[in-house]
Design a protein around this ligand. Structure first.
Ligand SMILES: [Fe+2]
Length: 288
């Protein structure tokens, strides 16, 4: 739990606060952008939540903070926020919450589908999520975008007898994964199409679901500070040149309607505009 004695001075006065254990992963700003602000390598409470929805999203952020750096002066009831996870974003696509420190607070997702349920990257393995996923029909596949965001995937795989999918070049993070992909070819499993996108890491992959929903891991996102779509040049562990090439590859995905990243902001795409977004991102990335 966050400690009042470690409360950051930047917090506005009131019930909610962030303490100095914050790692600036941005998860809180994605769940509750009206409450949490952007400090110099930390988040802080820029405005105390007041409305019902502001309080609900602040509580979701509190539960999803991977370092338990968000606290309240007075005791609050978190049951409603807890019960909201996994939270449905669009029909059949959920965000899990409960982000894990091991994956630097990356968001993870759940897909409910007649052709099998998927998890994309992993949240913390907690009983609440396990029970909710059981109610949603369990798990068949756990798609791991890359080595950084595997978190508790092995525990979910064991519990649900699910198959973890990771590329061989990133498989040191899950050596015993059930499906280890090799090479650069796309692979389709039901409505899921796995696309090899090296750059951030050597074995990064993204998942296109039903042609419309793109799960991008740490490959491509809405960059909040820069207010644009693109990749993280300051978090490119393999090759920026390869990264640009892998972003270019996404131009073929003409029907993308939503981008769901691990880090960076998720966002809806105007129908038919994704290739233009990719072109614009590549032009910008080539200037870096
Ligand atoms: Fe990463």
């Amino acid at each position: 739990m966050a400690k009042l004695k470690l409360k950051l001075n930047e917090n506005v006065e009131g019930n909610y606060f962030v303490d100095s254990t914050c790692i600036d992963c941005s998860a809180c700003r994605r769940f509750a952008p009206s409450t949490f602000g952007d400090g110099d390598e930390f988040a802080f409470v820029k405005e105390q939540p007041e409305t019902k929805i502001e309080i609900h999203t602040a509580n979701q952020a509190l539960l999803s903070c991977p370092t338990a750096s968000i606290g309240t002066v007075d005791k609050i009831d978190l049951n409603s926020a807890k019960d909201s996870f996994p939270m449905e974003l669009v029909p059949g696509i959920y965000i899990n919450g409960f982000n894990k420190k091991d994956s630097y607070g990356a968001d993870s997702y759940f897909i409910q589908s007649d052709s099998g349920n998927w998890m994309i990257d992993s949240p913390r393995f907690i009983q609440h999520l396990v029970q909710k996923i059981e109610q949603l029909g369990g798990l068949d596949y756990i798609f791991l975008t890359h080595r950084d965001d595997v978190a508790d995937a092995h525990l979910f795989a064991k519990h649900f007898q699910a198959k973890r999918i990771i590329h061989q070049l990133d498989s040191s993070a899950q050596k015993d994964a059930e499906i280890i992909l090799q090479g650069e070819e796309d692979l389709s499993i039901g409505p899921g199409r796995i696309i090899f996108t090296p750059g951030h890491t050597a074995g990064h992959q993204v998942l296109l679901w039903n042609e419309r929903y793109l799960f991008t891991g740490d490959h491509f996102a809405w960059l909040r500070r820069l207010k644009r779509w693109g990749s993280f040049s300051d978090a490119c562990w393999d090759s920026w040149e390869k990264q640009i090439g892998s972003v270019k590859k996404l131009k073929m995905l003409k029907n993308v309607e939503w981008v769901f990243p691990g880090h960076g902001n998720r966002g809806e795409i105007q129908r038919g505009k994704f290739p233009d977004i990719i072109d614009d991102a590549v032009v910008w990335m080539e200037t870096i």
